[in-house]
Design a protein around this ligand. Structure first.
Ligand code: HEM
Length: 488
């Protein structure tokens, strides 16, 4: 799912703690704001406050002037997510959009406004689109997927292993899912670097985002056309061949959904789990011991810091009472997976091996990619810790900051250091052609428009340690990927 909340709105002024029942802030109309740095720094304190003051459903402000209700209780969350009779997923009945209060350029629009894909559909339309998605994802061979992840991981680790330091968020967690998707969807291996670059522009929400969106849709359209002509063992071809007989537009939108829905949460699952593994005493000492407790760390993150922390947006189809609160038709209700999990975790003494959390949601829209998403995160983390076993956080864990925004639990960066190593120089993906790579592909082939050489930053030659901006880190990574693909 795309995320464009980095530039979320102004921070509301602090108010008397007595008004909220705890230290914190309230937004206009007495709602709890979910978009500022206070919320990002300690969302669990905010959930606790909401529960104390409002009970299981709290009035919240998602971005300045955008209001809704947040469900913080596990049972009630399940009830809302499963109740398709009272609650619609399709946001086209959103009252505040109809009355002009929320505009199409609102910061929450990318996550909440309608698009013609499974995520925003209900009933039979949803079942048809989702059926094509789940059936196609079910055909992914976990072994082939693990291999894609390993190769992508090796490539990315090679880019920073000799430096002895890296920002794992920018240089690893955010890019790896895209390289994997490139292969999963049967794209040319040469398209990987450009896909990464385009998605980065899209997520940056800067001036180039609109162009990046167009480029991406054009690229997906080309991919669909080429797979219609020459199908192979990949998700794009399986979607095309599905009995639901999706039209080209529908195919493009579902592929876009899969790529976008997979990138940000997957990045955060990897990064949040790495943060835990590198900072929590319970995992210390085991990282280099061969039996890395990666699955345990992932489960812990899914309970405590689920990547999609508050989503599950639903719209009441009519005015209704839920837990004594009047919900108005067309006013958004969100389920806080994070708060619900926390409540359930406190109530239960059987946490070990228990996966009853709501991190993947529940009901009709439950994430259809749990299995591949877990494989990607597990293999990505294991590979990294295997290659760089003496890795440690480069700053105290308390100094790590979280991105603002109401929906996700997302680190802003994850700087680490480790003893520098020589790169292994992994082969480009096409060289050993796992399932979906094209056998006729040569370095230089690409389905994107040719990249003018002036836009490719020169490869870095110095290994000097200098602090760098996220933009510089991204440029260096793209430069590496491009050079790597060209065999340089
Ligand atoms: C391979 C990576 C992933 C892919 C391709 C993917 C794909 C999708 C898709 C297509 C949907 C919409 C399903 C529908 O509406 O019927 C969805 C929903 C969802 N995904 Fe994923 N996902 C991925 C990873 C993740 C991760 C890592 C998480 C967090 C742990 C996550 C959490 C969710 C949640 C909470 C929903 C439900 C949203 C709602 O209730 O409205 N996903 N995902």
């Amino acid at each position: 799912m795309t995320d464009r909340f980095a530039a979320a709105g102004p921070v509301p002024p602090p108010v008397c703690p007595a008004r909220t029942g705890a230290t914190g802030v309230v937004g206009s109309r007495g709602t709890v704001p979910m978009y500022g740095p206070d919320f990002a720094a300690d969302p669990h304190a905010a959930y606790e406050r909401m529960r104390t003051v409002h009970g299981p459903i709290a009035p919240v402000e998602l971005s300045p002037g955008v209001y809704g209700s947040l469900v913080t209780s596990y049972q009630l969350g399940l009830e809302v997510l499963r109740d398709t009779e009272r609650f619609a997923k399709d946001p086209r009945g959103w009252r505040a959009v109809h009355d002009g209060t929320v505009r199409q350029d609102s910061p929450v629009a990318p996550m909440m406004m309608y698009r013609p894909n499974a995520l925003f559909a209900d009933g039979e339309a949803h079942a048809r689109l989702r059926g094509a998605i789940t059936d196609s994802l079910d055909r992914v061979d976990p072994h082939a997927l693990s291999e894609y992840v390993e190769r992508s991981a090796e490539t990315l680790i090679d880019a920073f292993a000799s430096r002895g330091e890296a920002d794992l968020l920018i240089e690893y967690a955010s890019v790896l899912p895209l390289l994997v998707f490139n292969q999963l969807f049967g794209a040319l291996a040469a398209d990987g670097p450009k896909l990464v670059e385009t998605m980065m522009k899209l997520f940056d929400s800067g001036e180039e985002a609109a162009q990046a969106n167009e480029d991406l849709l054009r690229w997906i359209s080309g991919l669909v056309a080429s797979k219609r002509q020459q199908p192979s063992a990949d998700v794009t071809s399986w979607l095309i061949a599905h009995p639901a007989q999706l039209a080209d537009d529908e195919l493009m939108q579902q592929i876009l959904l899969l790529m976008a829905a997979g990138t940000d949460p997957e990045q955060n699952l990897i990064a949040n789990s790495l943060r835990l593994l590198l900072s929590d005493d319970r995992f210390a000492g085991e990282l280099s011991g061969g039996s890395m407790p990666v699955e345990d760390a992932i489960d812990e993150v899914l309970w405590n810091d689920p990547p999609m922390a508050n989503y599950g947006t639903r719209f009441p189809r009519y005015d209704c009472d839920v837990a004594g609160v009047r919900l108005r038709k067309g006013e958004p209700v969100l389920v806080s997976y994070a708060a619900a999990n926390h409540e359930a975790a406190i109530a239960s003494d059987r946490r070990s091996g228990n996966r009853a959390h709501l991190a993947w949601s529940a009901g009709a829209h439950r994430c259809p990619a749990e299995r591949p998403a877990r494989v990607i995160a597990t293999v990505a983390i294991e590979r990294l810790l295997d290659r760089l076993p003496d890795m440690e956080l480069a700053v105290p864990v308390e100094q790590l900051t979280w991105r603002t925004g109401p929906f996700h639990r997302a680190l802003a960066s994850l700087p680490v250091r480790f003893p520098a190593q020589l790169a292994t120089h992994a082969e480009p993906f096409a060289a050993s052609a796992p399932a979906s790579a094209r056998s006729d592909e040569k370095p230089g082939d690409t389905a994107w428009n040719p990249v003018p050489s002036s836009s490719i930053p020169p490869a870095e030659t110095s290994s000097e340690r200098q602090p760098e901006s996220p933009q510089a880190a991204k440029r260096r990574l793209l430069s590496f990927l491009t050079a790597w693909w060209r065999g340089q």
